[in-house]
Design a protein around this ligand. Structure first.
Ligand SMILES: CC(C)(COP(=O)(O)OP(=O)(O)OC[C@H]1O[C@@H](n2cnc3c(N)ncnc32)[C@H](O)[C@@H]1OP(=O)(O)O)[C@@H](O)C(=O)NCCC(=O)NCCS
Length: 417
């Protein structure tokens, strides 16, 4: 295993596609797509396993940041640096020989060296990364709405919107999203090339019958969506697939939903990767017109530096808990900055997280993966304890951890990476 050389980026991009069942050379790949993908790869944060001059495994880290809970719960979530683990793959000829384990250790060491308190990823399979200390930190649902019957009981105002041309969207969306994402923990930043990908819409995977995206944008929110003809038979309306819907307040978001429901010729609206606490259901006169399915994990987090991570997020409640963090199943580098016993004293004015003194016994014990699941406040300690992932050593400590750590709105991650 070694670091990638800058002139190997095109070969790296080809290699990344193989484990995802996309053989090299199959189909046309647009040069602009390759160029944008290459532009976000940081060669000193990409690794390959080479066998007989061929790349047989690959991974990389994007230097990203993620919003973390604020003390007020309002639209000012702080951001923390996060090593965004991506492009992880081992060719089918070389699997289960420990290449992922070696690459993960290299990646986490690199994050530690750079002082990133967190690493994060979106997992292809949820069973892969727990052993390395990643815990599921945000969830998402897919919302499907039969829009012909989706009447809002308390209709919100329609926000003033413009349908932007792709080039205009590219100018406006980065700044708008960067403001909107601060209203919720768990939102990762978008590299400029990601917006360019969205606008160019030339991913080699194709569009699966959907139109190019529409960019309905206002000052306080936007709805990005595509359309697809569903059947061809009489009465078969179109389906809208929502790429992103976000507003500066619940009222603006409700207005954006109403806008989508009023697009003519459409029969249903499908919105994947929505936050689990979307109040849309409560807006509908007939809530059963909204089907929620595909509840699943989204962002997985690995805490690398306990003090930095817990001192730099906000807390609405005040309390003190002593947390004992146990090692991950697979050793992946020097975890001194996270393992062991920590005293977290926190409140709306700030937090201190320091090593416990010998006399300070643990209130809660948990693995580093469960710590990642707790960190953004989306999963209560009581819930994780019910699943056997957190152990309460001092009576009442679970309740205290819930009051301290739980965040509202619930963390969510709109875009993958
Ligand atoms: C997932 C993947 C990267 C694993 O690579 P690998 O080099 O075979 O993994 P390792 O040999 O280092 O395995 C480490 C451990 O994880 C386990 N593991 C690996 N992949 C797993 C999976 N998909 N599900 C469950 N466990 C898995 C291995 O069994 C091994 O456990 P063990 O030590 O107890 O035997 C590889 O199978 C792959 O490229 N898959 C297709 C693409 C993909 O899903 N990439 C991940 C993108 S998020």
């Amino acid at each position: 295993m070694r670091q990638l050389a800058p002139d190997e980026i095109p070969a790296f991009i080809r290699s990344v596609r193989v484990p995802f069942l996309d053989p090299f050379g199959a189909g046309e790949v647009d040069e602009p797509w390759v160029a944008r993908t290459a532009a976000r790869i940081e060669p000193d944060r990409a690794w390959v396993v080479v066998d007989d001059d061929r790349f047989v495994a690959n991974c990389c880290i994007y230097s990203m940041n993620v919003t973390v809970p604020s003390a007020s719960g309002e639209a000012n979530c702080p951001t923390l640096p996060m090593g965004g683990v991506s492009a992880v793959g081992v060719h089918p000829t070389h699997r289960r020989r420990g290449h992922l384990t070696a690459m993960m250790t290299a990646m986490l060491d690199d994050c530690r060296r750079r002082g990133e308190p967190l690493a994060g990823l979106i997992a292809s399979e949820s069973s892969i990364y727990g052993r390395f200390g990643f815990g599921s930190a945000t969830d998402a649902v897919t919302a499907t709405i039969d829009k012909r019957r989706a009447v809002m009981a308390r209709p919100p105002a329609l926000p003033p919107l413009r349908l932007l041309e792709p080039e205009e969207a590219l100018e406006v969306l980065p700044g708008l999203f960067d403001r909107l994402r601060r209203g919720r923990p768990g939102q990762v930043d978008m590299h400029p090339t990601r917006w360019a990908d969205l606008v160019a819409d030339d991913h080699p995977g194709g569009r699966d019958g959907f139109s190019r995206p529409f960019f309905a944008v206002g000052d306080d929110g936007c709805a990005l969506y595509r359309a697809r003809e569903r059947g061809g038979g009489e009465g078969d309306g179109e389906e809208l697939s929502v790429l992103y819907l976000g507003g500066s307040s619940a009222e603006v978001e409700a207005g954006l939903w109403r806008f989508l429901f009023e697009v003519d010729l459409v029969e249903r609206v499908v919105a994947p990767f929505r936050p689990v606490d979307d109040p849309l259901r409560w807006r509908l006169a007939d809530p059963r017109q909204l089907r929620i399915d595909a509840l699943g994990d989204r962002l997985h987090l690995r805490v690398l530096d306990m003090a930095a991570a817990f001192e730099r997020r906000g807390y609405r409640g005040s309390d003190r808990v002593v947390i004992e963090v146990e090692p991950p199943a697979v050793d992946c580098g020097d975890d001194d900055a996270v393992l062991g016993r920590w005293v977290l004293e926190a409140g709306p004015e700030g937090a201190s997280c320091r090593r416990a003194r010998p006399a300070e016994g643990p209130d809660l014990r948990l693995g580093v993966a469960a710590l990642g699941s707790l960190y953004l406040g989306g999963h209560p300690a009581t819930l994780l304890a019910s699943a056997g992932l957190v152990e309460e050593s001092t009576r009442g400590a679970l309740g205290a951890a819930d009051r301290l750590l739980t965040s509202r709105p619930v963390p969510a991650t709109a875009f993958g990476f």
